[in-house]
Design a protein. Structure first.
Length: 148
């Protein structure tokens, strides 16, 4: 079945929201997240529930407190668009540098996000994002990795 150019553009814009979310998390950039989160958005995952944009933006502060650095690597991204709403799933490996007993380690989360969006003008914004943690792995950060 042929896909219209409008649907292709929407799919690209939806993927952009995913990429900007990752960049905002890694750069600790609330202004970036503000561009892609709806005012009434919600986020949830193991041990947390955030409702409204103000609470969701607080997650940036929590990332700063919990991790030295993060890097979100976006993998599969599937969406289903119905008019001005969309649902989808995004696979991600999020690496977090943490301090354990004075040594830095990488805490790697293998995530499947369940996402909902709404069209906002010509762009899309998250209305709900659920973090499903499939598994995690911790390994020591080598000196060579750290020096790069």
């Amino acid at each position: 079945m042929a896909v219209s150019s409008t649907e292709l553009q929407d799919r690209e814009k939806l993927r952009d929201t995913v990429m900007l979310y990752a960049a905002g998390a890694d750069q600790r950039d609330k202004a970036l997240w503000s561009k892609i989160l709806a005012d009434d958005c919600s986020m949830e995952g193991p041990g947390f529930q955030k409702n409204g944009i103000a609470e969701c933006l607080e997650s940036i502060d929590q990332l700063k407190q919990m991790f030295v650095k993060t890097r979100h690597n976006i993998l599969n991204h599937n969406v289903d668009i119905k008019g001005d709403t969309a649902q989808g799933e995004t696979y991600c490996i999020a690496d977090h540098i943490i301090d354990v007993d004075g040594r830095q380690h990488i805490l790697s989360w293998h995530i499947r996000y369940q996402d909902n969006w709404i069209r906002s003008g010509s762009d899309w914004k998250f209305t709900h994002r659920k973090l499903n943690l499939d598994w995690e792995e911790t390994r020591q950060l080598s000196a060579a990795d750290h020096d790069r």
